[in-house]
Design a protein. Sequence first.
Length: 444
Amino acid sequence: MTTQNDTEKLIINEIDKSKEELIDYLGKLISFSSESYGIINTGKETELQNYLYKDFLKSSFDKVLKIAVDDKNNRPNIIGVLKGVKNSNTLMLNAHADVVPVKETEKEKWFSDPYKARRSDNKIFGRGASDCKGGLAAIIFAAKILKRLKIKLKSDLYIVSSIGEESKEGETIGISLVIDNSYRPDFAVIAEPSNCEIHIESTGNLLFELKIKGREAHCGVRNQILFPQRYGLSSGDEIGVDAITKAIPFIELMQRIEIENCHKWKTETMNSGGYPIPIDKQGLGFFTITPVKIEGGQCIGAVSGYVNIIFNISYPNWLKEEQVAASIKEKIMHLAKTDEWLKNNPPEFSTQSWGPFKTSINNPGVKLLGEALQEIQKEQPIYSSFKSVCDATFLHQKGIPSVVFGPGGLNSSVHGPNEFVPIDELIKSAKTFALFAYKFCNRE
């Protein structure tokens, strides 16, 4: 472990003294609903982003910008810059401002108002506490501490609150727009919840919609659908076809594919428990097929004439989306041919993809982040994989080496009721961000 110099000790001590300020700041960010329904143009980040713009100006960032696709700055990305004197070794710390919504029917499952931070059991509860306002608070606070202490950086540090991550708009009007407007760092950290492990790679994501056809018929003739009838009376699919019953074998097929693929691969940081110490808090198993939405039937008095099922598929980053989709389609069509109705009325498919990212563990930025984290927690960092997708993909596609690191985890009730972030991880991440930024932006 490297020895901390006086400046590094000063940074860490200042965050320790100011930790209540950090906790209060996270509570302020949680108070903005900033919901996104996972569909383009539904994000409500503007109020939070305008608050952050004013807050960055108040905190005397060297430069503060709004970057949006329209002149009125609706749904802007906010950038705070701590200026250096060099054009190399620039660093971006990024987190997204949008959160998944809390529906009215779900509010009763929360201990308290999801948009009023609640402190209990050394945790902060609230929508976005882990995803991703804990990380957002930590990166902003780290920069504020550097500014407060008048610490000079040789290279620029970009603090970015971006929009549209939950709706994949990071590819268009979110973080990608920031990069396209000349804020292109040499290295980036995305402050998604990683349990304070360093995620150097992620899985890819495939939304796979399966459409099963049936034939509508009154529930009163289900007996004729199910059982052979006397001569002269129609039966079976001449009367109707229950699409829900037809869909069951395909759901079971997807479960078998999921289990088979979970056992296929292992790498140092993916599906092996983390490197070098196997204690990855996101657990083993990364090829997963989650049925996320089922829709079917026209009315309560009829045999279902259709079923549409959407599966969220997580797959290893060395496979292409086309490979995964083709393999699953082949198995589905093989199964369909064993059914007389589906052989003549085959299932239909549609897919959407979100690619993975991967950065070498030997990248200088990865090494420095690991060094900073080790100095903070006094133990070896864990390098592991992000078992989801995030804006790191779009930075990766633009040639910017990126990793995921932040407080909380996907297992912190993210996207569910009573989402939380551990306070110790919030403080640890803020210290790590500040120390890492100082090291990275001042290296030769």
